[in-house]
Write a protein that binds this ligand. Structure first.
Ligand SMILES: [Zn+2]
Length: 343
């Protein structure tokens, strides 16, 4: 098959679209001809060698993809050639001590497409049948490939970590990003009132369109005061943060007593100001998002298929030009998801 593989770490050009051996299809595997594959920011780090994962090279990136089944192992079950499918982007082994205790999220042999095994940046991807999710002809292959990572992250943060309940007041800072946009939608589905922030009026309009009740445009002034003004002085039950950075302390400061801040990203800065005195006086909880377990991946795919959570698509590139897709993402001027599509 042809794939955009890389044999050593480097700039976008390190990915060469060329022939590599077809994956071996085991007894319980299916082989998928990829139709669309999501490009994630972590892919750029993986290719550059700055992620903290030990990669076995060559690597074919691509955690989330959709495509058509072209080959099925003899013991792979009911999936048939010709079926439109996707797959859980990561999965547990099912056999270790943690899996035996129903903690797939703590599995000792976790597999992630495009990280621990080849993913969807190629013509073909081999997938264990048990992680395949069948789709129907009515499903939008691009939307499904675009949404699993961001929607599952958001869904897990809202429902499993922040435990958002109907009537809660939730803050989503910098909500024009991919995960943040999904957080706005998932928090609304959970019944919350959602206040978001955005850097410009144009971005604020897009965030409003996702369902945020109020969007506060950052003007460089006191953001905590601006947020409390927007809520009429009420403090937040939860802050769902994807950016970190200098405003982390201000976002934390508007939580109610025993409120929860969940963090999953740090594009605005990885080391943040943190005043410990109000942290313990208010009993605030700060929780890190680690990963979305299989149940939440499946739930997120269902939300995407029903159109309950939408992930805007910024651009598509042919998989033969994956390097250009990476350069596009590196410029950080897009809004929405970048996809690779079959020629
Ligand atoms: Zn396991």
């Amino acid at each position: 098959m042809k794939a955009a593989a890389f044999y050593e770490y480097g700039p976008a050009e390190a990915m060469q679209y060329a022939d590599i051996p077809d994956p071996d299809v085991g007894l319980t595997d299916v082989l998928i001809r990829v139709q669309a594959c999501g490009v994630n920011h972590s892919d750029l780090d993986s290719r550059a060698g700055t992620s903290r994962w030990p990669f076995e090279l060559p690597m074919v990136l691509g955690a989330e993809f959709t495509g058509t089944v072209v080959d099925v192992g003899a013991g792979a079950g009911p999936i048939r050639a010709g079926d439109l499918v996707t797959a859980l982007q990561q999965y547990n082994c099912g056999g270790c001590g943690q899996c035996a205790k129903w903690r797939p999220d703590l599995c000792e042999a976790f597999e992630i497409f495009g990280t621990t095994r080849w993913g969807g940046y190629g013509e073909l991807v081999c997938v264990p049948a048990r992680v395949v999710v069948p789709l129907g002809p009515e499903d939008d292959a691009l939307a499904v490939a675009a949404g699993q990572c961001v929607v599952s992250t958001a869904w897990h943060m809202v429902n499993r970590l922040a435990l958002v309940r109907p009537g809660d007041l939730v803050l989503v800072p910098s909500a024009s990003g991919g995960v943040a946009g999904a957080l706005v939608q998932c928090a609304k589905l959970a019944g919350a009132t959602v206040i978001a922030t955005a850097g410009t009026a144009a971005k604020a309009e897009r965030v409003s369109a996702l369902g945020a009740d109020t969007v506060v445009v950052r003007t460089g002034g006191d953001i905590a005061a601006g947020l409390l003004h927007a809520t009429g002085g009420a403090r937040f039950d939860a802050v769902l943060d994807t950016v970190g950075g200098d405003l982390f302390g201000a976002h934390l400061s508007v939580l109610r007593e025993e409120g929860t801040l969940v963090t999953c990203g740090a594009h605005a800065g990885e080391v943040v100001p943190l005043d410990l005195i109000p942290l313990f006086r208010n009993g605030w909880h700060i929780i890190g998002f680690r990963l979305a377990p299989p149940d939440d991946l499946a739930a997120s795919l269902e939300l995407i298929r029903r159109g309950a959570v939408r992930v805007p698509i910024a651009a598509t590139f042919p998989v033969s030009n994956a390097a250009e897709a990476h350069r596009f993402l590196e410029r950080r001027q897009h809004v929405g998801k970048v996809l690779l599509v079959a020629e």
